[in-house]
Design a protein around this ligand. Structure first.
Ligand code: ZN
Length: 424
């Protein structure tokens, strides 16, 4: 028996390898404690390796990773692995990319290593990776100095492949297959060609009481506007924070007879910033900044580009088309976002028509108009609705509707401004 214990300890020490921080005596003490509680020696060995191997790694869960983190240590499963050739500064290189998942989430990765020593389905330890932002998502980057080591399958807690029931607002924080109940708000059909095979694809917008998402169906489920469906085994993906739900014939889709209330509940700004973006979201915040180039602008009649000094960058000197817009920052104390408003919404918010603004600009100059806009809007609280897009600079809402909801909050807003100033 003592010989057996000694050989188990040897195995534990060799399994921990570089991770070994404990003395042989400590490991033995721990091992014997397991045995005292009747744990079979094999199981005891596994538990000890798992416990001390992982602690030492200083592991980070995928769900906690934000862009531009360094020295990331991960334990995850390779969900997909693809290869492509890219040309970087005249040099052809092979890169590997795909998806990795742990018990907390799923993220895309790109590997710049000359070889990638793991296959789809492998559980691996990744040391010294870093994160970047890619198309609105966090991406894990694996460089030459990143270590990848294959682990035993049971080093990673179970990754469930059962579809998770969730609301649209929750799909931002989940991974793997999901099940949602939603109403089809719009749908259109198109034919596309993939590898010379024509396929019908159906796409549109669906919604539940918590929000909206785009969807793409790679199979004809005979869906119509207003249908309420339960679809299980679909996936969520994101572009600049805009959610898209994707499903094909492997998904289970059921049409329900019940109706479903759809909505766009007011999201606190920190929630929206966490989500990065969304379709037809509603939020509220105080105007803390009106950006330059807000107000009266002229656009090229040919290409709609913003003109500067009577000239279009592409079409030269043209007679511009008058327009109004607002670019501003709103903040609710928890987070801030950029907001872009078109002519119609600008007119409504500043209480002046395009013609009136044009007159002010002609008689008193652009600065004067901007001053008046600031006077009207700074420190006002707005309710905003529209599509929001996130990138590495933050989240921007393209307003579809906006209204001033509190006129008399100047004091509170000034305090907020001071607070924000103080932080800079
Ligand atoms: Zn132009």
């Amino acid at each position: 028996m003592e010989d057996d214990i000694s050989s188990y300890i040897d195995e534990i020490i060799s399994a921990l390898g570089d991770d070994l921080e404990l003395s042989r005596e400590d490991i033995e003490k721990e091992f014997r404690r397991f045995l005292e509680y009747g744990v079979p020696p094999d199981q005891a060995k596994k538990s000890i390796v798992k416990k001390f191997g992982k602690d030492k790694l200083n592991r980070k869960l995928l769900k906690d990773i934000v862009p531009n983190e360094r020295n990331l240590n991960l334990i995850c499963k390779i969900i997909t692995k693809n290869v492509k050739e890219v040309n970087i500064r005249g040099e052809n290189r092979v890169i590997y990319y795909g998806l990795i998942a742990d018990e907390s989430g799923i993220l895309p990765f790109t590997s710049w290593k000359s070889s990638f020593p793991a296959e789809k389905g492998d559980v691996v330890e990744i040391r010294n990776a870093y994160s970047r932002e890619w198309q609105g998502n966090v991406q894990i980057n694996i460089g030459e100095r990143t270590g990848i080591k294959k682990l035993e399958e049971d080093k990673l807690p179970d990754i469930s492949q059962e579809p998770r029931k969730c609301k649209i607002i929750d799909i931002y924080n989940t991974f793997g297959p999901i099940e949602i109940k939603a109403k089809i708000l719009s749908i259109s059909e198109k034919e596309i060609e993939i590898d010379r095979v024509k396929r019908k694809v159906f796409s549109g917008i669906l919604a539940d009481e918590t929000g909206k998402a785009q969807f793409t169906a790679w199979h004809d489920f005979d869906l119509k506007e207003e249908d309420v469906i339960r679809v299980s085994g679909c996936y969520a993906k994101f572009w600049k924070g805009i959610p898209q739900i994707v499903f094909d014939e492997r998904a289970t889709l059921e049409k329900l007879t019940e109706d479903l209330e759809v909505g766009s509940p007011v999201l606190p700004l920190h929630r929206l910033v966490d989500m990065r973006g969304g379709i037809d979201v509603t939020t509220e915040g105080t105007v803390i900044e009106i950006k330059d180039r807000s107000g009266y602008i002229e656009r090229c009649p040919e290409c709609n580009r913003l003109m500067r000094n009577g000239e279009c960058r592409i079409h030269g000197k043209v007679k511009g088309v008058a327009d109004l817009r607002l670019k501003m920052v709103v903040d609710d104390g928890s987070a801030g976002i950029g907001v872009i408003a078109n002519r119609e919404i600008t007119e409504k918010l500043i209480g002046k028509t395009l013609e009136e603004c044009k007159k002010i600009v002609e008689n008193e100059g652009e600065e004067k108009l901007l001053e008046e806009i600031k006077e009207t809007l700074l420190t006002k609280k707005l309710r905003l609705r529209g599509n929001a897009l996130g990138d590495e600079f933050g989240t921007t809402l393209i307003a579809k509707d906006a209204e001033i909801i509190e006129e008399d909050i100047k004091k509170g807003a000034e305090e907020l401004l001071q607070l924000l100033e103080g932080e800079r």
